[in-house]
Design a binder for this molecule. Sequence first.
Ligand code: TYD
Length: 242
Amino acid sequence: MRRLSLVSICFGSWCRKVNNVRTLTKTGHFITFEGGEGTGKSTQIKLLLNNLVRMGLNAVQTREPGGSLGAEAVRHVILSGAARHLGPAGEALLFSAARIDHIDQFIRPKLEQGNWVLCDRFADSTRAYQGVLGNLDARLIQSLEKVTLAGLYPDLTFILDLPAETGLERAHKRRGAGAHADRFEAESLDFHRALRLAFLDIASSEPSRCRVIDAGRDISTISDEILYHVCQRFHLATEANP
Ligand code: TYD
């Protein structure tokens, strides 16, 4: 009964969006960061943000699940593991409901104001974690994505790539001894190995959007490479990229 009502709340949310087709008048740029646990996404987002601001550009950072009031509430439900019993399809619905709120309340308005929006995880995480690892039918994920994003695809996506063992070790250190792993960190090593492959598959299926970054190197080498790709992709000139 509870399962049914949660799913119907999410489904209702999509239906509203389908009936109310959103037109996109974006003038900003949308960059997403994806990858497994402990790959250093948030560090690299901060560094790119600083670089863009130093270049005189308006840039903001956000994250998923979360980034808006409604989505942060859903984040808490999902990462606590409370929604686990809904299964991958139910979790995919929750991530998508959160994403709709995040897009409507934060991402789209910021892009329309001409900002660079840097987002820590987005729809590729649903494709990899719920779609591939949850064994969901690819057509379900595609339809879900189409309705949720309503045309708002990232302009550029960085896939931070690292062996699963290294990423989990880093995530464990970051969390500190004694703290509990969240819903997905607590999955098995095999899960995280398969997750890495799922992200690499996404990158090879969309090479014009995705750049795979070797996240095993030092922080500044990685951030230089990310800035290089951003400058190339959006035709920006910097001292390093005249
Ligand atoms: P978070 O604490 O933000 O971790 P990370 O630093 O790894 O991004 O937790 C987000 C978790 O939610 C992470 O384990 C990935 C998972 N996730 C999904 O399973 N599907 C999704 O669509 C998104 C956005 C995140």
